[in-house]
Design a protein around this ligand. Structure first.
Ligand code: MG
Length: 229
């Protein structure tokens, strides 16, 4: 087999996380204010971030459970103790992520080039972004959400599930991500090549040595050719 597998991290790699999440939360607030006009102006972006942060400290659960709980608490804080409404808002928020996301312009050309080179393309994420809602997802052979694998990167489980779903092999595999410890070190520990996407010129890590460092995904197809030659 000449082709290999190239897996992408999602948040911070295909798009920036914070603007996407802020946009989705704002969309959820707008939806709430339309459905319950008397709550207009009562909950802000900062409120919802704060409730989510607190819930993350106080309880365990899936990302979706934590989000629902935090929205329930936020609604309760403005006198509306309504779990159904919180769940509805969580659904709006999740869907809005795909509507509000700003996918980097270098993603689609890189994916198409990798496919032309004969590689399988997939994604391995610690988050719960609804990737299947993006048209881009049709070009991806697999998407692993760490929660389904039972542990988050850099643990081996998400990488192992990706190998299983793809039928590929770690020694013919390049994983690319923005987090050098989670993505690069995690992939390398599983026997894959780890490429560090360093869009913002961060200083190198003292202990982790990526197989390659790139400043944009336009550099990825050439890098993969070199690494899997
Ligand atoms: Mg990331």
């Amino acid at each position: 087999m000449t082709g290999g597998v190239v897996s992408f991290d999602l948040d911070g790699t295909l798009w920036e996380f914070q603007p996407m999440m802020d946009g989705a939360i704002m969309a959820a607030i707008e939806a709430l204010e339309e459905r319950v006009p008397e709550l207009a102006g009562r909950l802000t972006l900062a409120d919802l971030h704060e409730h989510r942060r607190m819930v993350g400290h106080e309880m365990e659960g899936t990302l979706e459970e934590l989000r629902r709980e935090s929205l329930h608490r936020a609604l309760r804080s403005v006198g509306r103790d309504d779990r159904e409404l919180a769940g509805w808002m969580a659904d709006r928020l999740l869907a809005a992520r795909a509507d509000r996301v700003g996918v980097h312009g270098d993603v689609a050309p890189a994916v198409e080039a990798l496919l032309r080179q004969g590689h399988l393309v997939g994604a391995i994420t610690n988050g719960n972004f609804p990737f299947h809602r993006l048209e881009l997802a049709q070009r991806f052979h697999f998407v692993v959400h760490a929660e389904e694998a039972g542990a988050e990167k850099p643990a081996p489980e998400p990488f192992a599930l990706a190998v299983q779903l793809s039928g590929g092999h770690p020694d013919r595999w390049v994983h690319v991500g923005d987090d050098i410890e989670i993505d690069v070190a995690g992939a390398q520990a599983y026997g894959m090549r780890g490429v560090w996407l360093n869009r913002f010129g961060l200083a190198p890590h003292p202990d982790v040595r990526p197989d390659a460092e790139i400043a944009g995904l336009d550099e990825l197809p050439g890098t993969v050719e070199r690494l899997l030659r």
